[in-house]
Every structure is written in structure tokens, then in C-alpha cells.
Design a protein around this ligand. Structure first.
Ligand SMILES: CC(C)(COP(=O)(O)OP(=O)(O)OC[C@H]1O[C@@H](n2cnc3c(N)ncnc32)[C@H](O)[C@@H]1OP(=O)(O)O)[C@@H](O)C(=O)NCCC(=O)NCCS
Length: 115
């Protein structure tokens, strides 16, 4: 059995690093807590943002297949690769989410000011 990490985000929030951050958290949960040996992401070849998220999630293109009638790239990462990544610290790839969210949302509590 293969376990897939998939992602879909409301368009307003694209390109802020959120999918990457979420995908990494799911990946880490899979390896750390569920003790998986291998996780994949199934991606349409022309879905470049999704491919990039998979890459930033430490995955590499493993093979091409057909899934539900569509051409599909299978990106994957093994437990061994994940452990190596963690040793090197994939923090260097950390997302841009935090500063972007800071810009987009009020300071904590600000939404209640004046109410
Ligand atoms: C795929 C999706 C979840 C990505 O979410 P996101 O939060 O915008 O992703 P991130 O910001 O973490 O990363 C997106 C990356 O793609 C890159 N990117 C965006 N558009 C791109 C394009 N046209 N070509 C190449 N790269 C692109 C961004 O620059 C970013 O990479 P970077 O950090 O190196 O600059 C979002 O676009 C989405 O919900 N799409 C519709 C649903 C979908 O396609 N889901 C995947 C099914 S397999």
C-alpha cells in the first residue's frame, strides 16, 4: 500500500508557502508517528506549483503512470531520505509563510480592537 500526501488550498493563499509547510508536517507525522517507510504525491505533470511543493517536501520524481485516466507523476520520499534530510535540516527550505501571513493578518488581538 502507498500513502499519498495531497494538497489543495484556497486561491487567495497560494504562493505563501502554506502547502509546503502543511505537506512537511504531514510527511513528518507519517514517518515519525505512523512509522511509514515511504510516502508519495501524485501530480499532474503540468501542475508546476504542486511539483514544486513535492520537491520542497524532499520528494523526487520516481516514475510516470496513469491515474484515473490522467498522466501522473509519482513523487516519493523514503524514510531513509527523510532522515538524511532532517540531519541536514530542511529548514534551509523553510517557507515564506510566516512573514507573508504577518503582512496579511492583523497582529494578534487586533481584530478585536475597537469592538
Ligand atoms: C498546489 C497548491 C496546493 C500549492 O499551494 P501553495 O501554498 O501556493 O504552495 P507553496 O507556496 O508552498 O509553494 C508553491 C511553489 O510553486 C511555485 N510556483 C507557483 N506557480 C508556479 C508555476 N507556474 N511554475 C513553477 N512554479 C510555480 C511557487 O513559486 C512556490 O515555489 P517557491 O517557494 O520555490 O517559490 C495550490 O496551488 C493549489 O491548491 N492548487 C490547486 C489544487 C491542486 O492543484 N492541488 C494539487 C493536486 S496534485
Amino acid at each position: 500500500m502507498e500513502i499519498e500526501i495531497g494538497y489543495r488550498l484556497q486561491r487567495d493563499f497560494w504562493n505563501g508557502g502554506l502547502a509546503t509547510e502543511a505537506a512537511r508536517a504531514v510527511r513528518d507525522h507519517g514517518f515519525r508517528n505512523l512509522k511509514l517507510e515511504y510516502v508519495i504525491s501524485l501530480i499532474h505533470p503540468e501542475n508546476y506549483p504542486s511539483r514544486r511543493v513535492a520537491e520542497k517536501n524532499g520528494m523526487t520524481l520516481e516514475r510516470e503512470t496513469t491515474f484515473r485516466g490522467f498522466p501522473t507523476f509519482v513523487f516519493a520520499i523514503t524514510r531513509t531520505q527523510w532522515m538524511k534530510l532532517r540531519g541536514e535540516g530542511d529548514e534551509r527550505l523553510i517557507s515564506k509563510a510566516v512573514p507573508q501571513l504577518r503582512d496579511r493578518f492583523p497582529k494578534p488581538g487586533a481584530c478585536f480592537e475597537g469592538s
